[in-house]
Design a protein. Structure first.
Length: 269
């Protein structure tokens, strides 16, 4: 049996749906409610049971400080070892993402898996095109961005979900493999051009001031600033072939996905 964690989230839900469309039996776990599987809260190790699970798709449970995320992933991997899971598919972070504030917990988890008794596949996911688009601002009808002239090899979340479903469906083909799942480079200018609007640059200082005033969780401004500076300075732009290899087709148009996300934040004038 395949179990997909984070099934209440967007990636986990999409992986489950795709597995079901492929005719593969799979269940999803989440910490609150799930129609198709058990309740599993990585913050509560006693709640974790992977009995009867052959393939575990461990969707990263980020969005917290490193010590919290590392403890969550440790609890999940220890339970997988204890309960006899055969193979773990972990959704990690693109190789170029080492400068990002949330990279450490991903690399820690990869190392923990490599040193474990488990068979594994690591999916080094690029940043979502949806996320890229959501990080633009609007000044009236003008798009604003702190990405400068940098590009992001952005990926549609749906493509990453499909790649995970492909691997989880036939894990024996992907044992010990690490895939770098990035798309083609997309710039802020590409998005502005697709929208047909002007683009204004925002400095990292001004973006930090804006984020600090936005009432975010304490770890979030640093996390977001690390995305802006990494893209701005060309550390997340490299494309690769692993995504095409797993999908056996061209990836979705990341400019279009990012443009739709940016457009969703456009104020009604
Ligand atoms: N590549 C990217 O651009 C990108 C962007 C954002 C995030 N991420 C990472 O990729 C993961 C999946 O992305 P997504 O789009 O599906 O994010 P999402 O929609 O926010 O879903 C996150 C999932 O993680 C679960 N989770 C959080 N804490 C947990 C815990 N303690 N125990 C068990 N489950 C827990 C959430 O459960 P609840 O519904 O109960 O909270 C939810 O199902 C994220 O968690 C994050 O680590 C990647």
């Amino acid at each position: 049996m395949i179990l997909v964690t984070g099934a209440s989230g967007q990636l986990g839900h999409a992986i489950l749906t795709l597995l079901s469309e492929r005719g593969t039996a799979a269940r999803g776990s989440s910490r609150s409610s799930s129609a198709r599987g058990p309740l599993v809260d990585f913050d509560d190790p006693a709640s974790i049971s992977f009995e009867g699970v052959a393939t575990l798709v461990l969707v990263s449970a980020g969005e917290a400080e490193d010590d919290v995320v590392v403890a969550r992933h440790e609890a999940a991997i220890a339970a997988a070892e204890r309960d006899g899971v055969a193979h773990v598919v972990y959704t990690s972070l693109a190789s170029e993402g080492d400068h990002l504030a949330f990279a450490l917990a991903h690399r820690w988890t990869e190392r923990r898996l490599r040193e474990s008794s488990l068979s594994w596949t690591i999916l080094r996911n690029g940043l979502y095109a949806e996320l890229f688009g959501s990080l633009f601002g609007w000044d009236g009808s003008r798009l604003t961005s702190a990405f400068g002239g940098g590009a992001l090899a952005a990926v549609a979340r749906a493509d990453l979900a499909e790649a995970a479903a492909v691997v989880a469906d036939r894990p024996e083909r992907h044992v010990g493999r690490t895939y770098d799942l990035v798309g083609e480079p997309v710039t802020a200018n590409d998005v502005a051009t697709r929208l047909g609007v002007d683009l204004a640059d925002v400095s990292l200082h001004d973006k930090r001031v804006e984020l600090d005033a936005a009432g975010l969780k304490p770890f979030q401004p640093a996390m977001l600033l690390s995305i802006f500076t990494s893209v701005r300075h060309g550390f997340l732009s490299a494309s690769g072939s692993d995504l095409r290899l797993l999908l056996e087709r061209e990836p979705r148009d990341a400019v279009q996905v990012a443009t739709e996300a940016a457009s969703a934040g456009r104020p009604n004038l």
